[in-house]
Design a protein around this ligand. Structure first.
Ligand SMILES: Nc1ncnc2c1ncn2[C@@H]1O[C@H](COP(=O)(O)OP(=O)(O)O)[C@@H](O)[C@H]1O
Ligand SMILES: [Mg+2]
Length: 384
């Protein structure tokens, strides 16, 4: 566990960057420091590996004041990942990852094993990437190297200062996912700085929200979202998230259904039925009475099979509709029926059994696609 006790930090120009910070970072958790630019996140983080000394107060790691630990030793025992990657451009990827193990004088065989293991951990085949140079990798790949370099000597504590901020949104999400996955295996004590609430919610066990050198609120993401301490937190959580939540609302069949299914009255003849199906390019017809109440369904196969019987009407050959849903049904329930019974479509009826519409596989896909396209239009992806 890492404890910050009564920390004040006044920089040389008399600027007070931190005001009475008291924090505990739990072992094996990802704690996320978040807040607007300049609120003191990086300053707080750098106290832990002694890149910055507090003006007053103390930093304890497992009960030991960092003041009493040799700073070089301390930094080798704490992983550190920063936004600007900081890979050595003239060293191969393998060499870059091996920096701390080499400083710690591991033997070559152990170092090589470790490098390969770590590359594998982030999905970069060692035989392909070990001998490459940083400039030959994409931004996302370089930042993966930054992360595994911090893990190389298996430190218990890892500090990550906006490690993914410079990446395009897609790489960024991938790295967030990877970090969460890695952490499930590794259980490191990670302190992660970001100014992006989405990122914090995605990866944090605990969020520490800062403003103007002070801690405003600490808690689980869920607790902070549900119970923001004040207007600042509320606005920081943001409008965007409220929209996101409404987008995540589960749609009803009413929003998704095709509203003019192809129907026929019961007294239609079979030749008429075939003509309608051909013209409307469907392979079945819903049979409804004059009040649009659902009576049954006929498929093209059924009609062709009975076609020889000139006097028959669709009501003679129709079959009962085995599955239908009521208006107001959540879409997932309808999709579940479609998929469980291998249906090509599903009738939506109102409380009087009147046919209101039709859920088809196509209508579901279109609805999902619309949602994504809208989302994509609202957050344009940078060109990569
Ligand atoms: N070496 C320094 N000298 C003077 N002021 C500094 C120094 N480093 C940071 N600051 C100031 O302290 C505040 C907090 O900085 P920092 O911890 O880097 O913020 P954050 O990481 O939250 O963006 C900022 O206003 C910044 O300008
Ligand atoms: Mg910073």
């Amino acid at each position: 566990m890492i404890i910050l006790k009564n920390i004040h930090k006044v920089y040389d120009d008399d600027f007070q960057a931190l005001k009475n910070i008291n924090l505990e970072f739990q072992k094996g958790e990802i704690s996320v420091l978040i807040g607007p630019s300049g609120c003191g996140k990086s300053t707080t983080m750098k106290l832990i590996n002694r890149l910055i000394a507090p003006s007053s107060g103390s930093v304890l790691i497992n009960g030991q004041d960092v003041k009493g630990i040799d700073p070089v030793q301390l930094r080798r025992s704490i992983g550190y990942v920063i936004q600007s990657i900081g890979l050595f451009p003239h060293m191969t990827i393998g060499r870059n990852v091996a920096v701390v193990p080499r400083l710690n004088k591991w033997d070559t065989a152990r170092i090589n094993r470790r490098v390969d293991e770590l590359l594998g951990l982030v999905g970069l085949p060692p035989e392909v990437y070990r001998e490459r140079y940083p400039s030959e990798l994409s931004g996302g790949q370089q930042q993966r190297i930054g992360v595994i370099r911090a893990l190389a000597a298996d430190p218990d504590v890892i500090l990550m200062d906006e490690p993914f901020s410079a990446l395009d949104p897609i790489s960024r999400e991938q790295l967030q996912d990877e970090l969460v996955r890695l952490q499930q295996e590794l259980h490191k004590t990670i302190i992660f700085v970001t100014h992006d609430m989405d990122e914090a919610i995605k990866i944090a066990d605990t969020i520490v929200l800062m403003k103007d050198g002070e801690v405003v609120q600490t808690g689980k993401p869920e607790a902070i979202l549900r119970h923001p301490a004040n207007d600042f937190v509320r606005s920081f959580i943001g409008q965007k998230r409220l929209q996101a939540e409404s987008m995540n609302e589960i749609p009803l069949v009413d929003e998704v259904m095709v509203t003019r299914p192809v129907t026929a009255l019961p007294k239609r003849g079979l030749a008429e039925a075939i003509t309608v199906m051909e013209r409307r390019r469907v392979d079945s017809l819903f049979i409804v009475d004059r009040d649009n109440r659902l009576q049954g369904i006929v498929s093209i196969y059924r009609v062709l099979d009975q076609y020889g019987e000139e006097n028959k009407t669709v009501s003679d050959v129709m079959q009962p509709v085995l599955y239908s849903v009521r208006t107001g049904t959540p879409l997932p329930a309808a999709v579940e029926l479609l998929s469980r019974h291998q249906l090509s479509n599903l009738a939506v009826v109102d409380e009087n059994n009147r046919l209101a519409g039709l859920i088809t596989r196509g209508s579901v896909v279109r609805h999902l696609a619309d949602g994504y396209l809208q989302e994509a239009a609202e957050s344009p992806v940078e060109e990569v």
